[in-house]
Design a protein. Structure first.
Length: 169
């Protein structure tokens, strides 16, 4: 990778990190379980598909953790960093695995659903330990499920729209 490509990738990573933060904070609907529903997962999946596994995981994790810090959910920031990075890795690798056999759209849809499953499971485990109650963690699953369904649908749709215009992948 030459210096121009390195600079391009680093710049795009910074932009997608910031976009992840803004998308997470833009529409911020608190849930009874102390979490919130947001648009961040849409960008988390896009980070993976545009930047690849390492840079995508970094942008997704850092951008989402920054949003938690800015929104007053600092206790969630370390877990969010890990969970959102793992989501991006799942989105990238499931897409890569399935796209050869099933085509881009179905592979992207399954990849987004897999990434959202990582999010739902990740936060359920984290909240189980955080609150000392897996019953409380199970209660948060419904809010995360709504966020996940929206994030999966929106990311697949947005990527399809963007790729027709700008992304050569």
């Amino acid at each position: 990778m030459n210096n121009h490509e390195k600079l391009r990738r680093l710049t795009l990573t910074g932009v997608l990190t910031a976009l992840t933060t803004v998308a997470t904070l833009l529409i911020h609907i608190p849930t009874p379980t102390k979490g919130y529903i947001n648009l961040g997962d849409t960008v988390v999946n896009l980070c993976a598909w545009i930047l690849g596994p390492a840079w995508g995981a970094a942008a997704a994790g850092i951008g989402s953790a920054l949003a938690d810090l800015l929104a007053g959910y600092a206790v969630y920031a370390p877990a969010t960093l890990i969970i959102k990075a793992l989501m991006a890795l799942a989105a990238f690798y499931v897409f890569t695995l399935l796209s050869r056999k099933h085509g881009s759209f179905p592979a992207r849809l399954f990849a987004a659903v897999a990434a959202e499953a990582v999010m739902i499971l990740g936060y359920a485990v984290f909240e189980g330990f955080l609150y000392g109650s897996f019953a409380m963690a199970v209660a948060s699953v419904s809010g995360n499920l709504v966020q996940g369904l929206f994030g999966a649908a929106a990311s697949v749709t947005l990527f399809s729209l963007l790729s027709r215009r700008t992304i050569a992948r």
